[in-house]
Ligand binder design. Structure first.
Ligand SMILES: Cc1ncc(COP(=O)(O)O)c(C=O)c1O
Length: 397
């Protein structure tokens, strides 16, 4: 028996995260003495706010070092309910909130407790790398819904109607989106909701983890608010909204994500979590309470700084012959088209390896279900961004 055959069919169906793989690669090259700027990772470069760090230290000093309730402490579920209401407009009781080890774990659990082999998951592409792999791990089939820059990287109601079948279980929505920065308006979501009303067997996962990072005017739009009839607490409820502190509050290492949805789904996710990680880290939960309950004004300042970086990066990239990118409306990524350069490289994986040789780590579009391009994160300081873009221009000169 080879080692590969000792592994489950489920794990053999999935690929490792290519964003994490590129980040690890860049770390290894740096450790070997190479000068590599990594624009592959999706995390703010700002330090975690002091009041959040103080709450973590206080929790440690107060011996909050034991198991907590599986779905999170009462304090965190209340703080998350406040966050869902204040920041996303979703009125939800703490009982319908679960805290997990990152938004990633909440999404993993939601898919694992609802999917059976043969079920289908509709995922707009380019997508966040983990959606298709989690769906496949659960035995489901991924149905990609292609989007492009011309359409704002958003799916249309017609596309949704055509993609839904009898085995469709989930529609994954991510706004603002990773890797494209796409933002769905309330009108966009209302049009999708009209389609979903005709198909009561389809659940909606609204991944709003980048909600504070919107660069367009107007309120954040989310399915639970636009279509409250789909988002009930009871058996008819079929919207799960995922949020967190990782991206908004520069707390990626704390591993806290939160989700709210119908009682039946939150209970099932909690049941699985009880046998998986159990509760999320007690210290990190205390820190997340401080993040949700503490000052929020600095988020506007951070957003403005990200917007300035976005504008700087978009202008610089569009000035490089062979590269083009639309202006992302949210999050901190640019999906860059490099079609004119493909004759030279063959595929986008070869192109990103070429960029790595020139000292910049980025992730190929194909890792996200896209093609002929690459994603950069502009969550890096201006000096690094300028140097990285100069290297990219040099690599293609
Ligand atoms: C779209 C999207 N959803 C969820 C997550 C997961 O975030 P967390 O670090 O809280 O697990 C990420 C992180 O990269 C993301 O980009």
């Amino acid at each position: 028996m080879t080692n590969a055959t000792k592994l489950s069919a489920a794990i053999r169906r999935i690929a490792p995260s290519r964003t994490n793989a590129m980040t690890d690669h860049a770390i290894a090259l740096r450790a070997a003495g190479r000068d590599i700027i990594s624009l592959s990772v999706g995390e703010p470069d700002f330090p975690t706010p002091d009041h959040v760090k103080a709450a973590a230290k206080a929790a440690l000093d107060a011996n909050e070092t034991r198991y907590t309730a599986v779905a999170g402490t009462a304090a965190l579920r209340e703080a998350a309910a406040l966050h869902f209401h204040r920041d996303l407009g979703i009125a939800t009781p703490p009982a319908q909130v679960i805290a997990s080890a990152g938004g990633k774990q909440a999404i993993f659990h939601a898919l694992m407790v609802t999917l059976d082999p043969g079920d289908e998951v509709l995922i707009p592409a380019p997508w966040w790398v983990s959606y298709p792999e989690i769906a496949r791990f659960a035995g489901a089939t991924v149905v990609p819904m292609h989007t492009d820059a011309a359409g704002g990287f958003r799916i249309t109601p017609e596309q949704l109607e055509a993609a839904i079948g009898t085995r469709t279980r989930w529609l994954m929505l991510n706004s603002p989106g990773n890797p494209t920065g796409a933002v769905y308006s309330a009108a966009d979501l209302a049009a999708l909701a009209n389609v979903l009303r005709r198909h009561p067997h389809v659940l909606v996962l609204s991944d709003d983890i980048y909600a504070p990072l919107r660069y367009t005017p107007g309120d954040h739009a989310t399915m639970a608010v636009v279509a409250p009839d789909l988002a009930g607490a009871d058996e008819t409820g079929r919207v799960l909204t995922v949020s967190g502190v990782s991206k908004s509050h520069a707390m990626t290492g704390f591993r806290i994500g939160v989700a709210t949805g119908p009682t039946w789904l939150i209970a099932a996710m909690s049941k699985l979590q009880s046998h998986n990680s159990g509760n999320p880290c007690s210290i990190a939960q205390a820190a997340a309470v401080a993040a949700f309950n503490g000052p929020q004004a600095f988020l506007l300042d951070w957003r403005d700084r990200f917007r300035a970086r976005r504008d700087r990066v978009v202008a610089a990239i569009n000035a490089i012959p062979g590269l083009s990118t639309p202006v992302p409306d949210g999050a901190f990524y640019c999906m860059i088209d490099a079609t004119p350069l493909m004759g030279r490289f063959g595929d986008d994986e070869a192109l990103v390896m070429h960029l790595l040789d020139h000292g910049v780590a980025v992730v190929a579009a194909s890792a996200f279900g896209g093609r002929d391009g690459f994603r950069i994160s502009f969550a890096a300081d201006e000096t690094k961004l300028d140097t990285a873009i100069a290297r990219i221009a040099g690599a293609f000169a």
